[in-house]
Ligand binder design. Sequence first.
Ligand code: NAD
Ligand code: TYD
Length: 356
Amino acid sequence: MQDVFTPTSLLVTGGAGFIGSNFINHFMAGNPDCRVINLDLLTYAGNLKNLTAVEGNANYRFVKGDICDADLVARLLAEEKVDAVAHFAAESHVDRSITGPDIFVRTNVLGTQTLLEASRQHAEQLADFRFLQVSTDEVYGSLGPEGYFTEETPLAPNSPYSASKAGADLLVRAYFETFGLPTLNTRCSNNYGPYHFPEKLIPLMIHNILKKRSLPVYGDGLNVRDWLHVKDHSAAIERVLKQGKPGEIFNVGGNNEWKNIDIVKLVCDLMDERLGRAAGESRELITFVKDRKGHDRRYAIDASKLKRELSWEPSYTFERGIAETIDWYLANQGWVEEVVSGAYREYYEMQYGATA
Ligand code: NAD
Ligand code: TYD
Protein backbone atom coordinates (compact mmCIF):
# COMPACT_ATOMS: atom_id res chain seq x y z
CA MET A 1 0.00 0.00 0.00
CA GLN A 2 1.26 3.48 -0.96
CA ASP A 3 1.69 6.17 1.68
CA VAL A 4 -1.39 8.37 1.65
CA PHE A 5 0.13 10.96 3.95
CA THR A 6 3.73 12.12 4.25
CA PRO A 7 4.38 14.34 7.24
CA THR A 8 6.79 17.22 6.72
CA SER A 9 6.86 18.56 10.29
CA LEU A 10 6.02 16.15 13.09
CA LEU A 11 5.40 17.12 16.70
CA VAL A 12 6.25 14.18 18.95
CA THR A 13 5.12 14.51 22.56
CA GLY A 14 6.89 12.48 25.24
CA GLY A 15 9.77 11.78 22.88
CA ALA A 16 12.28 11.46 25.72
CA GLY A 17 10.45 8.49 27.24
CA PHE A 18 10.82 4.80 26.45
CA ILE A 19 8.63 4.41 23.37
CA GLY A 20 8.77 8.03 22.19
CA SER A 21 12.57 8.02 22.02
CA ASN A 22 12.68 4.67 20.25
CA PHE A 23 10.11 6.05 17.82
CA ILE A 24 12.10 9.24 17.12
CA ASN A 25 15.29 7.25 16.53
CA HIS A 26 13.43 4.92 14.19
CA PHE A 27 11.45 7.61 12.36
CA MET A 28 14.30 10.06 11.81
CA ALA A 29 16.51 7.31 10.40
CA GLY A 30 13.90 6.50 7.75
CA ASN A 31 12.49 9.98 7.11
CA PRO A 32 15.48 12.32 6.89
CA ASP A 33 13.47 15.11 5.25
CA CYS A 34 10.81 15.36 7.93
CA ARG A 35 11.31 17.85 10.73
CA VAL A 36 10.75 16.40 14.20
CA ILE A 37 9.95 18.53 17.24
CA ASN A 38 10.10 16.67 20.53
CA LEU A 39 8.00 18.27 23.28
CA ASP A 40 8.75 16.61 26.60
CA LEU A 41 8.53 17.80 30.20
CA LEU A 42 11.41 15.52 31.28
CA THR A 43 9.62 13.99 34.23
CA TYR A 44 11.39 11.14 36.06
CA ALA A 45 10.63 8.99 32.97
CA GLY A 46 12.18 11.28 30.35
CA ASN A 47 15.86 11.16 29.48
CA LEU A 48 17.60 13.02 26.67
CA LYS A 49 20.40 10.42 26.68
CA ASN A 50 17.94 8.19 24.79
CA LEU A 51 18.27 10.58 21.85
CA THR A 52 21.99 11.07 21.33
CA ALA A 53 21.65 9.57 17.83
CA VAL A 54 19.52 12.51 16.62
CA GLU A 55 20.91 15.33 18.79
CA GLY A 56 23.03 16.93 16.07
CA ASN A 57 20.46 16.47 13.31
CA ALA A 58 19.42 19.86 11.88
CA ASN A 59 15.88 18.56 11.42
CA TYR A 60 15.51 17.73 15.13
CA ARG A 61 14.47 20.14 17.86
CA PHE A 62 13.91 19.41 21.54
CA VAL A 63 11.59 21.63 23.56
CA LYS A 64 11.28 21.13 27.30
CA GLY A 65 7.66 21.82 28.12
CA ASP A 66 4.28 20.62 29.28
CA ILE A 67 1.58 19.28 26.95
CA CYS A 68 -0.94 20.98 29.28
CA ASP A 69 0.54 24.39 28.35
CA ALA A 70 -1.93 25.49 25.66
CA ASP A 71 0.03 28.62 24.63
CA LEU A 72 3.25 26.69 24.20
CA VAL A 73 1.56 23.95 22.17
CA ALA A 74 -0.21 26.49 19.91
CA ARG A 75 3.02 28.42 19.41
CA LEU A 76 4.97 25.30 18.46
CA LEU A 77 2.33 24.09 16.02
CA ALA A 78 2.34 27.48 14.25
CA GLU A 79 6.05 28.25 14.38
CA GLU A 80 7.09 24.80 13.12
CA LYS A 81 4.25 24.51 10.58
CA VAL A 82 3.42 21.15 12.13
CA ASP A 83 1.28 18.88 9.96
CA ALA A 84 1.25 15.82 12.21
CA VAL A 85 1.27 15.07 15.93
CA ALA A 86 2.38 11.73 17.38
CA HIS A 87 1.22 11.84 20.97
CA PHE A 88 3.19 9.64 23.36
CA ALA A 89 3.49 11.87 26.45
CA ALA A 90 1.83 10.27 29.45
CA GLU A 91 2.18 9.03 32.95
CA SER A 92 2.59 5.37 32.12
CA HIS A 93 3.08 3.23 35.22
CA VAL A 94 0.06 1.40 36.64
CA ASP A 95 1.51 1.07 40.16
CA ARG A 96 2.08 4.83 40.37
CA SER A 97 -1.49 5.44 39.19
CA ILE A 98 -2.70 3.44 42.20
CA THR A 99 -0.67 5.44 44.73
CA GLY A 100 -1.20 8.82 43.01
CA PRO A 101 -3.91 9.02 40.34
CA ASP A 102 -4.22 12.84 40.08
CA ILE A 103 -1.23 13.40 37.81
CA PHE A 104 -2.52 10.67 35.49
CA VAL A 105 -5.75 12.57 34.90
CA ARG A 106 -3.89 15.84 34.43
CA THR A 107 -1.28 14.56 31.98
CA ASN A 108 -3.18 11.85 30.17
CA VAL A 109 -6.64 13.41 29.94
CA LEU A 110 -6.12 17.18 30.19
CA GLY A 111 -2.84 17.01 28.29
CA THR A 112 -4.48 15.14 25.43
CA GLN A 113 -7.39 17.59 25.41
CA THR A 114 -4.96 20.52 25.25
CA LEU A 115 -3.17 18.98 22.27
CA LEU A 116 -6.41 18.13 20.49
CA GLU A 117 -7.86 21.60 20.89
CA ALA A 118 -4.66 23.32 19.73
CA SER A 119 -4.45 20.87 16.80
CA ARG A 120 -8.06 21.53 15.83
CA GLN A 121 -7.50 25.26 15.64
CA HIS A 122 -4.17 24.90 13.86
CA ALA A 123 -5.37 22.28 11.35
CA GLU A 124 -8.18 24.53 10.13
CA GLN A 125 -5.61 26.43 8.05
CA LEU A 126 -3.96 23.32 6.58
CA ALA A 127 -4.77 21.12 3.59
CA ASP A 128 -3.90 17.97 5.50
CA PHE A 129 -3.10 17.01 9.08
CA ARG A 130 -2.90 13.96 11.32
CA PHE A 131 -3.20 13.50 15.09
CA LEU A 132 -2.04 10.09 16.22
CA GLN A 133 -2.91 9.03 19.75
CA VAL A 134 -0.59 6.34 21.09
CA SER A 135 -2.66 4.23 23.42
CA THR A 136 -2.72 0.88 25.13
CA ASP A 137 -4.64 -2.39 25.13
CA GLU A 138 -5.23 -1.75 28.84
CA VAL A 139 -8.21 0.46 27.91
CA TYR A 140 -10.11 -2.76 27.11
CA GLY A 141 -9.78 -4.06 30.67
CA SER A 142 -8.97 -7.67 31.47
CA LEU A 143 -9.52 -10.98 29.64
CA GLY A 144 -10.28 -14.45 30.96
CA PRO A 145 -8.23 -17.41 29.74
CA GLU A 146 -9.71 -17.25 26.22
CA GLY A 147 -10.20 -14.60 23.55
CA TYR A 148 -8.49 -11.43 22.34
CA PHE A 149 -9.04 -7.68 22.38
CA THR A 150 -10.23 -6.40 19.01
CA GLU A 151 -10.86 -2.78 18.07
CA GLU A 152 -14.56 -3.45 18.77
CA THR A 153 -14.01 -4.67 22.33
CA PRO A 154 -15.82 -2.22 24.66
CA LEU A 155 -13.62 0.01 26.78
CA ALA A 156 -13.56 -1.26 30.38
CA PRO A 157 -10.42 0.15 32.03
CA ASN A 158 -9.68 -0.99 35.57
CA SER A 159 -6.70 1.07 36.79
CA PRO A 160 -6.48 4.85 37.08
CA TYR A 161 -3.78 4.64 34.37
CA SER A 162 -5.95 2.75 31.90
CA ALA A 163 -9.00 4.88 32.78
CA SER A 164 -7.04 8.04 31.99
CA LYS A 165 -5.86 6.56 28.67
CA ALA A 166 -9.42 5.51 27.83
CA GLY A 167 -10.61 9.04 28.64
CA ALA A 168 -8.00 10.42 26.27
CA ASP A 169 -8.97 7.93 23.54
CA LEU A 170 -12.60 9.02 23.86
CA LEU A 171 -11.62 12.67 23.47
CA VAL A 172 -9.70 11.71 20.33
CA ARG A 173 -12.82 10.02 19.02
CA ALA A 174 -14.91 13.07 19.88
CA TYR A 175 -12.55 15.41 18.01
CA PHE A 176 -12.87 13.22 14.92
CA GLU A 177 -16.66 12.88 15.14
CA THR A 178 -17.45 16.45 16.18
CA PHE A 179 -14.80 18.53 14.46
CA GLY A 180 -13.51 16.22 11.73
CA LEU A 181 -9.96 16.43 13.07
CA PRO A 182 -8.09 13.64 11.19
CA THR A 183 -7.22 11.44 14.15
CA LEU A 184 -5.72 7.97 14.42
CA ASN A 185 -5.61 5.80 17.52
CA THR A 186 -3.22 2.91 18.10
CA ARG A 187 -3.65 0.52 21.04
CA CYS A 188 -0.59 -1.57 21.72
CA SER A 189 0.23 -4.40 24.08
CA ASN A 190 3.15 -4.32 26.56
CA ASN A 191 6.40 -3.13 25.00
CA TYR A 192 9.93 -4.19 25.88
CA GLY A 193 13.35 -3.16 24.59
CA PRO A 194 16.10 -0.57 25.13
CA TYR A 195 15.47 2.56 27.26
CA HIS A 196 12.63 0.89 29.18
CA PHE A 197 12.44 2.47 32.60
CA PRO A 198 13.42 -0.02 35.32
CA GLU A 199 10.18 0.31 37.25
CA LYS A 200 8.43 -1.90 34.65
CA LEU A 201 8.58 -5.68 34.91
CA ILE A 202 11.33 -6.71 32.48
CA PRO A 203 13.95 -4.00 33.14
CA LEU A 204 13.23 -4.11 36.89
CA MET A 205 13.97 -7.83 36.92
CA ILE A 206 17.18 -7.35 34.91
CA HIS A 207 18.30 -4.61 37.32
CA ASN A 208 17.46 -6.58 40.47
CA ILE A 209 19.07 -9.79 39.19
CA LEU A 210 22.26 -7.88 38.48
CA LYS A 211 22.21 -6.45 42.01
CA LYS A 212 21.16 -9.80 43.52
CA ARG A 213 18.02 -8.24 44.99
CA SER A 214 14.69 -9.97 45.43
CA LEU A 215 12.47 -10.22 42.34
CA PRO A 216 8.95 -9.16 43.36
CA VAL A 217 6.29 -11.15 41.50
CA TYR A 218 2.78 -9.92 42.21
CA GLY A 219 0.11 -12.36 43.40
CA ASP A 220 0.42 -15.88 41.96
CA GLY A 221 2.54 -14.74 38.99
CA LEU A 222 0.01 -16.18 36.56
CA ASN A 223 -1.17 -12.87 35.09
CA VAL A 224 -0.57 -12.79 31.36
CA ARG A 225 0.90 -9.98 29.25
CA ASP A 226 1.39 -9.89 25.47
CA TRP A 227 4.90 -8.54 24.73
CA LEU A 228 6.00 -6.61 21.64
CA HIS A 229 9.44 -5.21 20.87
CA VAL A 230 9.41 -1.41 20.97
CA LYS A 231 10.96 -1.22 17.48
CA ASP A 232 8.05 -3.17 16.06
CA HIS A 233 5.68 -0.78 17.83
CA SER A 234 7.57 2.19 16.36
CA ALA A 235 7.24 0.77 12.85
CA ALA A 236 3.52 0.19 13.41
CA ILE A 237 3.00 3.80 14.50
CA GLU A 238 4.80 5.08 11.41
CA ARG A 239 2.66 2.84 9.21
CA VAL A 240 -0.58 3.99 10.81
CA LEU A 241 0.45 7.65 10.63
CA LYS A 242 1.17 7.43 6.91
CA GLN A 243 -1.41 4.94 5.73
CA GLY A 244 -4.17 4.74 8.33
CA LYS A 245 -7.59 6.12 7.47
CA PRO A 246 -8.49 9.02 9.78
CA GLY A 247 -10.99 8.11 12.48
CA GLU A 248 -9.71 4.54 12.69
CA ILE A 249 -8.35 2.57 15.63
CA PHE A 250 -5.59 -0.01 15.17
CA ASN A 251 -4.58 -2.63 17.71
CA VAL A 252 -0.86 -3.40 17.75
CA GLY A 253 0.58 -6.65 19.09
CA GLY A 254 2.66 -9.66 18.22
CA ASN A 255 0.80 -12.73 19.56
CA ASN A 256 3.35 -13.21 22.29
CA GLU A 257 1.60 -14.05 25.55
CA TRP A 258 3.62 -14.83 28.65
CA LYS A 259 2.70 -15.54 32.25
CA ASN A 260 4.66 -13.15 34.43
CA ILE A 261 6.37 -15.93 36.36
CA ASP A 262 7.56 -17.57 33.15
CA ILE A 263 9.03 -14.37 31.81
CA VAL A 264 10.79 -13.70 35.12
CA LYS A 265 12.27 -17.23 35.07
CA LEU A 266 13.41 -16.76 31.47
CA VAL A 267 15.11 -13.45 32.31
CA CYS A 268 16.79 -15.15 35.32
CA ASP A 269 18.16 -17.94 33.15
CA LEU A 270 19.42 -15.63 30.39
CA MET A 271 21.07 -13.42 33.00
CA ASP A 272 22.73 -16.41 34.72
CA GLU A 273 24.24 -17.46 31.38
CA ARG A 274 25.60 -13.98 30.73
CA LEU A 275 26.84 -13.34 34.25
CA GLY A 276 28.51 -16.74 34.56
CA ARG A 277 26.30 -17.66 37.51
CA ALA A 278 25.26 -21.23 38.27
CA ALA A 279 22.12 -22.41 36.45
CA GLY A 280 19.07 -21.55 38.59
CA GLU A 281 20.93 -19.12 40.87
CA SER A 282 18.88 -16.02 40.02
CA ARG A 283 15.58 -17.90 40.25
CA GLU A 284 16.32 -18.13 43.98
CA LEU A 285 15.68 -14.38 44.14
CA ILE A 286 12.04 -14.73 43.04
CA THR A 287 9.71 -13.54 45.81
CA PHE A 288 5.94 -13.66 45.55
CA VAL A 289 4.55 -10.43 46.99
CA LYS A 290 1.11 -8.95 47.69
CA ASP A 291 -0.91 -8.61 44.50
CA ARG A 292 -1.40 -5.26 42.75
CA LYS A 293 -4.84 -3.78 43.50
CA GLY A 294 -7.28 -4.43 40.65
CA HIS A 295 -4.58 -6.42 38.83
CA ASP A 296 -5.77 -7.21 35.29
CA ARG A 297 -5.49 -10.96 34.73
CA ARG A 298 -4.76 -11.23 31.05
CA TYR A 299 -4.10 -9.01 28.03
CA ALA A 300 -3.99 -10.44 24.51
CA ILE A 301 -4.22 -8.42 21.34
CA ASP A 302 -5.81 -9.28 18.02
CA ALA A 303 -3.78 -7.14 15.60
CA SER A 304 -5.21 -8.72 12.44
CA LYS A 305 -6.73 -5.42 11.26
CA LEU A 306 -3.29 -3.79 11.13
CA LYS A 307 -1.91 -6.76 9.23
CA ARG A 308 -4.88 -7.01 6.85
CA GLU A 309 -5.31 -3.31 6.09
CA LEU A 310 -1.79 -1.91 6.42
CA SER A 311 0.39 -5.03 5.94
CA TRP A 312 2.21 -4.52 9.24
CA GLU A 313 3.81 -7.47 10.96
CA PRO A 314 6.32 -7.65 13.79
CA SER A 315 9.87 -8.39 12.71
CA TYR A 316 11.32 -9.51 16.06
CA THR A 317 10.97 -13.00 17.44
CA PHE A 318 10.72 -12.85 21.21
CA GLU A 319 13.79 -15.04 21.52
CA ARG A 320 15.88 -12.50 19.64
CA GLY A 321 14.22 -9.44 21.19
CA ILE A 322 14.62 -10.48 24.81
CA ALA A 323 18.24 -11.60 24.29
CA GLU A 324 19.11 -8.28 22.62
CA THR A 325 17.31 -6.36 25.36
CA ILE A 326 19.23 -8.08 28.15
CA ASP A 327 22.49 -7.50 26.29
CA TRP A 328 21.55 -3.83 25.83
CA TYR A 329 20.98 -3.38 29.58
CA LEU A 330 24.25 -5.10 30.43
CA ALA A 331 26.11 -2.89 27.95
CA ASN A 332 24.38 0.29 29.13
CA GLN A 333 24.73 0.18 32.90
CA GLY A 334 25.66 3.87 32.90
CA TRP A 335 22.22 4.70 31.49
CA VAL A 336 20.54 2.52 34.12
CA GLU A 337 22.52 4.01 36.99
CA GLU A 338 21.62 7.50 35.81
CA VAL A 339 17.89 6.91 35.55
CA VAL A 340 17.66 5.06 38.84
CA SER A 341 19.31 7.91 40.69
CA GLY A 342 17.42 11.18 41.13
CA ALA A 343 13.64 11.19 41.51
CA TYR A 344 13.29 7.44 40.93
CA ARG A 345 15.38 6.46 43.93
CA GLU A 346 12.73 7.65 46.37
CA TYR A 347 9.99 5.65 44.63
CA TYR A 348 12.15 2.53 44.47
CA GLU A 349 12.99 2.70 48.16
CA MET A 350 9.31 3.12 48.99
CA GLN A 351 8.35 0.11 46.83
CA TYR A 352 11.22 -2.24 47.57
CA GLY A 353 12.86 -0.88 50.68
CA ALA A 354 16.33 -0.95 49.13
CA THR A 355 18.58 1.52 47.45
CA ALA A 356 18.19 1.55 43.67
P1 NAD B 1 7.31 6.73 29.60
O1 NAD B 1 6.76 6.89 30.97
O2 NAD B 1 8.59 5.98 29.40
O3 NAD B 1 7.53 8.16 28.92
C1 NAD B 1 6.60 9.20 29.03
C2 NAD B 1 7.25 10.47 28.54
O4 NAD B 1 6.28 11.53 28.62
C3 NAD B 1 8.45 10.92 29.39
O5 NAD B 1 9.52 11.30 28.57
C4 NAD B 1 7.91 12.11 30.18
O6 NAD B 1 8.93 13.07 30.49
C5 NAD B 1 6.88 12.67 29.20
N1 NAD B 1 5.84 13.47 29.88
C6 NAD B 1 5.13 13.14 30.98
N2 NAD B 1 4.29 14.15 31.31
C7 NAD B 1 4.46 15.12 30.36
C8 NAD B 1 3.86 16.38 30.15
N3 NAD B 1 2.91 16.86 30.96
N4 NAD B 1 4.26 17.12 29.08
C9 NAD B 1 5.23 16.63 28.24
N5 NAD B 1 5.83 15.46 28.41
C10 NAD B 1 5.45 14.70 29.46
O7 NAD B 1 6.14 6.06 28.75
P2 NAD B 1 6.22 4.99 27.57
O8 NAD B 1 6.25 3.64 28.14
O9 NAD B 1 7.26 5.43 26.61
O10 NAD B 1 4.78 5.20 26.92
C11 NAD B 1 4.57 6.15 25.88
C12 NAD B 1 3.13 6.09 25.45
O11 NAD B 1 2.81 4.79 24.98
C13 NAD B 1 2.14 6.38 26.58
O12 NAD B 1 1.11 7.17 26.06
C14 NAD B 1 1.63 5.00 26.99
O13 NAD B 1 0.33 5.08 27.50
C15 NAD B 1 1.67 4.27 25.67
N6 NAD B 1 1.86 2.81 25.74
C16 NAD B 1 2.86 2.29 26.50
C17 NAD B 1 3.05 0.91 26.51
C18 NAD B 1 4.19 0.28 27.28
O14 NAD B 1 4.31 -0.94 27.32
N7 NAD B 1 5.08 1.05 27.89
C19 NAD B 1 2.21 0.07 25.75
C20 NAD B 1 1.20 0.67 24.99
C21 NAD B 1 1.04 2.03 24.98
P1 TYD C 1 4.24 -3.60 34.14
O1 TYD C 1 5.57 -3.75 33.49
O2 TYD C 1 4.08 -2.61 35.25
O3 TYD C 1 3.20 -3.31 32.96
P2 TYD C 1 1.56 -3.28 33.00
O4 TYD C 1 1.11 -3.28 34.41
O5 TYD C 1 1.26 -2.00 32.30
O6 TYD C 1 1.14 -4.49 32.24
O7 TYD C 1 3.80 -5.00 34.71
C1 TYD C 1 3.71 -6.14 33.85
C2 TYD C 1 3.16 -7.29 34.67
O8 TYD C 1 4.12 -7.65 35.68
C3 TYD C 1 1.89 -6.95 35.43
O9 TYD C 1 1.03 -8.10 35.44
C4 TYD C 1 2.37 -6.65 36.84
C5 TYD C 1 3.57 -7.55 36.99
N1 TYD C 1 4.66 -7.04 37.86
C6 TYD C 1 5.19 -7.86 38.86
O10 TYD C 1 4.75 -9.00 39.06
N2 TYD C 1 6.21 -7.36 39.62
C7 TYD C 1 6.71 -6.12 39.45
O11 TYD C 1 7.63 -5.70 40.19
C8 TYD C 1 6.16 -5.29 38.39
C9 TYD C 1 6.68 -3.89 38.18
C10 TYD C 1 5.15 -5.80 37.63
